[in-house]
Design a protein around this ligand. Structure first.
Ligand code: ZXA
Length: 443
């Protein structure tokens, strides 16, 4: 019997995180839009490393913030824009320069599947207000301009054809087509936002368009929700859950409600006792930044470690790709998706469908240990750094049926004592630093 949500906060708050979201652990975020044309930002810091004031907003490493980074009238992006396009070149001109001429949604979906992702979240309207779907409420969209395609619709079909779930990102409170005073500090995200009921209605109606057209499994709102529209939120979220029974939303609705909490680089907190999601780009930006080449983005070992550490702490990893304006994915990003897919092909049994072990992760001199569990099997992921670790002691673990290296290229011995299991990794020729081990009955 399908549950019905009645448009009140009390009703909405009875919603539970669906098992699919708990089980699939790994998603692909996609920031693609007008900002992919200039594809420029200075390489400065990770979000959360410096205060959210002029330091950050006038040297913003997020290439998708290009409009504001020029609009602040100072800093690297402003200088870059003057030099490359000229001071009077309007950002809207990018809407007719973005052609996506080489875009093949099926090729993207096949790559995401190969990477081992279970869901995809596409930015359908970022802060610049340009919509990647045929909205009835603005012609500033990808069907009327630029690619002249329903990007969201085509990718949704391709992603679902590969058996993955499709999510939509929407920039709720910020839309620089309605309010475009420059943002110099974090509080400006709210203080400079369009305060009108008309914009709140616009955000509501566009969100309803996305829900009704695409029935996204994830409704990923960003930064906040229009203050004038907060009273309509229980109705919108009830409509979402009534339309998409296994739908799930994040925590960026002015702190009013969430299914799961979010972290972004070093920004945000997470605890093991509720579901959360880590999102970040492969470099310092979400939108494609032509300044970020292979040597400037996350390495494969770091990427795998980030996934394992996130999952072991009750999180999902939503890793971002920033496609080029022509619709191709930069080779350095493709390479990393394929590599993590290769690792997951072998080690995925210790990731997908697992839950938090009661064991805390252990960062040691010679090896870092991360734990997950599935029924009564314990999975141990050992980040085998430069040299093979000394004996690894898993306190309190029993191994009634033995210990199994997930990758046949990882050779180990073990012995079970009263106080626990002692592992010895003798050889790791898996090609990956993170070696996975299953201890049946290991708790
Ligand atoms: C913590 C926060 O509010 N981040 C906003 C940030 N989210 C990223 C996923 C990107 O879309 C950024 O462009 C956006 O400003």
């Amino acid at each position: 019997m399908k549950k019905h949500y009645s448009g009140t906060w009390d009703s909405v708050r009875t919603h539970e995180v669906p098992d699919w979201y708990e089980d699939c652990k790994f998603g692909i975020f996609i920031h693609w839009g007008l900002y992919s044309v200039p594809a420029y930002a200075p390489r400065t810091w990770e979000l959360g490393e410096v205060p959210g004031d002029e330091t950050w907003f006038c040297n913003n490493p997020y290439a998708e913030w290009y409009y504001n980074s020029v609009n602040v009238g100072q800093g690297p992006s402003y200088e870059h824009h003057k030099k490359v396009y000229g001071e009077d070149f309007a950002y809207e001109n990018f809407a007719d320069m973005w052609k996506a001429e080489k875009w093949d949604p099926d090729e993207w979906a096949e790559l995401f599947k190969e990477a081992g992702a279970g869901y995809v979240v596409l930015v359908t309207k970022h802060h610049d207000g340009f919509c990647l779907f045929p909205s009835e409420y603005t012609d500033y969209n990808s069907v009327k301009r630029g690619p002249k395609r329903d990007i969201t619709g085509e990718l949704t079909r391709a992603v679902r054809n590969q058996g993955m779930r499709m999510g939509t990102y929407y920039s709720g409170i910020i839309d620089w087509r309605f309010a475009n005073d420059p943002i110099y500090r974090e509080e400006d995200n709210f203080d400079n936002a369009c305060p009108t009921a008309a914009y709140a209605d616009y955000a509501y109606m566009q969100s309803k368009e996305l829900i009704d057209r695409y029935e996204p499994s994830v409704f990923w709102n960003d930064i906040g929700w229009p203050r004038q529209g907060v009273n309509a939120l229980p109705g919108l979220l009830s409509h979402y859950y009534n339309t998409v029974e296994e739908g799930v939303v994040n925590d960026r609705f002015n702190g009013l409600y969430h299914d799961y909490t979010t972290k972004e680089y070093k920004y945000g907190e997470s605890t093991r006792d509720e579901k959360w999601e880590m999102c970040r780009g492969m470099g310092l930006s979400f939108g494609y930044n032509a300044e970020e080449g292979d040597d400037k983005i996350i390495s494969v070992p770091e990427f795998i470690r980030l996934l394992v550490e996130t999952v072991s702490n009750n999180g999902n990893l939503l890793i971002n790709i920033g496609p080029k304006a022509d619709g191709t994915i930069p080779q350095e990003q493709v390479k990393r998706l394929k590599q993590i897919g290769k690792w997951l092909k072998v080690n995925g049994e210790g990731i997908y469908g697992t839950r938090c072990s009661k064991r805390e992760n252990e960062l040691r001199e010679d090896v870092d240990l991360f734990y997950t569990r599935k029924e009564d099997d314990l999975f141990v992921f050992a980040d085998v750094k430069e040299k093979l670790p000394q004996e690894i002691f898993i306190k309190g673990a029993k191994a009634p049926e033995g210990v199994i290296a997930l990758d046949e290229n990882v050779e180990l011995t073990y012995r079970t004592e009263q106080e626990g299991v002692y592992l010895n990794i003798l050889k790791n020729e898996s090609g990956f630093r993170m070696a996975g081990v299953r201890i049946p009955g290991g708790e």
